[in-house]
Design a protein around this ligand. Structure first.
Ligand code: NDP
Ligand code: DA3
Length: 325
C-alpha cells in the first residue's frame, strides 16, 4: 500500500483526496496544513489532519508527499524544502520559472536520495506530453495549445495572492478566430495575445484600492502581462452563486507533414467538469511512478517526460500488453 500525504488543503488538495479513493493501492495517511489543523474538515475519516510542523521533522511515515500549494508563491519554497525529506510531486505551472524550480528540487532530492516530480498536471503535464510525442513523431510540424473556456487554478491563485483580494476566479477564453485558423490547417503564427483572453472576477476587501488591484492583475508577469484581461469586482454572494464551479479543458492541436507535404493532424483534448479533480488524478498516477522509481534507486527531479507510462499504471506488464491487441 502506497502511503500518501497531502500538503495544502485547497481545491487541488481536495482533488487529490478524491483521486486517492479511486486507487486501491494507495492510502491517504494525513493532510498537512499551514492553518490550524483543528479548523479543517476533510473527507477521509481514516486520515489525520496535521500541521506542517509535523512534516518538518522529516519523520512522517510517507511514501510520497503530494504538494498542493499555489504555484505563484508556495511551491517554489515548499517543493525543494520537502524534497530534501520525502518523495514529492507538485503541479508547478509558472512556465517561465520551471528551469529554476527543476534545479532547486533536483539538488534537494538528490541530497536525500528521493524523487521529486515537478510540473505534473495537464498543462504543464498531459498537454506537455502530447506536444512532445507529436513533435517526436512529426518533426516537421507545429503545436498549438488552446485552453478553456474555463477556470485556471494557477491564475486564480495568483490573483488571490494580491494584497486586498479576498477571493478570485480567472476564466481563460480561447479566441474563436485563432482556433478556427488552426483547425483549418492554416498553421498561422499567433502571438500569445492573439490566442486567449483572460477574464477575472474578484472579491476585494472593503475599502481596498480597486484600481491598484486591477493594475496589479493586468501587469502581472508570467500570468497576465501578455494577455488582454478584463477584471470585474463582485461581492462574495455573487462569487458563490455564479462562480463556484471549476470546470476547464482545452486542446493540443499539432499539424505536421511527411513526404511531399502530406499533412497529418494530431489532437488531444480535455473537457473537465473539475480542473482540480482531474489534476489531482494526474498527480496520483504520477505519484505511483515516483514511489516505484525511488524503490529502484532513482533520485532527483523528474518531469512527465522522464517517466515511462508503465510506471503510472496499477496493471502488470502482461496486463498492459493486452492494450496492444
Ligand atoms: N499543472 C497543472 O495542470 C495545474 C496546476 N495547478 C496548480 O495548483 C495550484 C493550487 O491551486 P488551488 O488548489 O486551486 O489553490 P487554492 O488557493 O485552493 O489552494 C492553495 C493553498 O492555499 C491554502 N488555502 C486554500 N484554501 C484556503 C483558505 N480558505 N484559507 C487559507 N488558506 C487556504 C492551502 O494551503 P494550507 O492548507 O496549507 O493553508 C492550499 O494548499 C495552482 O496555483 C496551480 O499552479 C492547478 C491545476 C492544474
Ligand atoms: N495550469 C493551469 C492548467 C492549464 C489551464 C491554463 C490557462 O487557463 O491558462 N493553463 O494551463 C491551471 O492552473 O488550471
Amino acid at each position: 500500500m502506497i502511503k500518501v500525504g497531502i500538503l495544502g488543503y485547497g481545491n487541488l488538495g481536495r482533488g487529490v483526496e478524491a483521486a486517492i479513493k479511486k486507487n486501491d493501492d494507495m492510502e491517504l495517511v494525513a493532510v498537512y496544513t499551514r492553518r490550524d489543523p483543528s479548523t479543517l474538515t476533510i473527507k477521509t475519516p481514516t486520515a489525520a489532519v496535521k500541521s506542517t510542523a509535523d512534516l518538518d521533522t522529516g519523520k512522517e511515515e510517507l511514501d510520497i508527499l503530494v504538494i498542493c500549494g499555489g504555484s505563484a508563491t508556495d511551491l517554489p519554497e515548499m517543493t525543494p524544502k520537502y524534497a530534501a525529506m520525502y518523495n514529492v510531486i507538485d503541479s508547478f505551472d509558472t512556465h517561465a520559472r520551471v528551469p529554476e524550480h527543476f534545479a532547486n528540487v533536483d539538488k534537494a532530492a538528490k541530497s536525500a536520495g528521493k524523487v521529486g516530480i515537478i510540473s505534473c498536471g495537464w498543462d504543464p503535464g498531459m498537454f506537455s506530453l502530447n506536444r512532445v510525442y507529436a513533435g517526436a513523431v512529426l518533426p516537421d510540424g507545429q503545436a498549438y495549445t488552446f485552453w478553456g473556456k474555463g477556470v485556471s487554478q494557477g491564475h486564480s491563485d495568483a490573483v488571490r495572492r494580491i494584497d486586498g483580494v479576498l477571493d478570485a476566479r480567472q476564466y481563460t477564453i480561447p479566441v474563436p478566430e485563432a482556433l478556427e485558423r488552426v483547425r483549418s490547417g492554416e498553421n498561422p503564427d499567433l502571438s500569445t495575445r492573439e490566442k486567449h483572453l483572460r477574464e477575472c472576477f474578484v472579491v476585494a476587501e472593503e475599502g481596498a484600492d480597486l484600481a491598484r488591484i486591477e493594475n496589479e492583475i493586468k501587469t502581472m508577469p508570467n500570468y497576465f502581462a501578455d494577455y488582454d484581461t478584463t477584471v470585474h469586482f463582485i461581492d462574495a454572494e455573487e462569487m458563490k452563486a455564479n462562480h463556484s464551479g471549476l470546470p476547464h479543458g482545452g486542446s493540443v492541436i499539432y499539424s505536421g507533414t511527411t513526404s511531399d507535404g502530406t499533412k497529418h493532424v494530431i489532437e488531444y483534448s480535455l473537457n473537465l467538469d473539475s480542473n482540480p479533480e482531474f489534476t489531482g488524478s494526474v498527480l496520483v498516477a504520477f505519484a505511483r511512478a515516483a514511489v516505484r522509481l525511488n524503490a529502484e534507486g532513482a533520485s532527483g527531479a523528474k518531469t512527465v517526460f522522464d517517466i515511462a507510462p508503465a510506471y503510472l499504471c496499477r496493471e502488470s506488464g502482461e496486463e498492459l500488453r493486452a492494450h496492444l491487441l
